[in-house]
Design a protein around this ligand. Sequence first.
Ligand SMILES: [Zn+2]
Length: 178
Amino acid sequence: MKNFITSFCLVLMCLIAFSMEANADKLGKWFNPKYLKVYIPASHPRTDMMKRAFAEWSRKTNNKFVFNHITSPNPAQIEVYFVDVVPNADREIGLTRYRQTSSGKMTKAAIYIADKTADGRSLRHNEVYTVMLHEIGHAMGITEHSKDPMSIMYPYENDVQEILKSDLQTLGNIYGWD
Ligand SMILES: [Zn+2]
C-alpha cells in the first residue's frame, strides 16, 4: 500500500498538485529528460500551439529536454488535457498534477489547459500560450513559482512573461546542470 501526500498551491495562473510516496524528501525529476513521451489530443484547435510550447522549452534548454509526441495517453509520461475550465478552479486557468516516487523519480504528469476562466471568460490565444509554457515548466519539475513578474513561472499570468535564465537555472539546480 502506498500513502500519498498531496500539496496544493492555489494561484491565479495555475494549480499544482503532486503526490509522492510517504517520506519523500527529494524534489521530483525525470530520469530521462531527453526522451519524454508526451500525449496531446490530436485535431484540437490548441494542439499545434501546445506542440510549439513544448518545442520552445526544448529550444531554451538546448535540447536537454526532448519531447516525443505519441498517439495514445497510456504510455505517455506527460499527458495534456484541453478542458473548458480547470476542475475545481477558483481563479486558476491551468493545472499540473504529477506523481513521483520516494527516491525523487517523476513517473507521470498531467497538464490541464483551460479554454475559459471559471467565471466564463474565453481566454485569448496569447494567454493560453503563456499558461501552456507555465504548466510545462511544472511538468518538467519546477514546483516553485518565481517572484519575478517577467518569468514564465510567475504565478499570475501577464503579457510579458518568458522563459528566463533564472527559470533555466532553477531547472539546472534540479537536474544538476552547470
Ligand atoms: Zn503554477
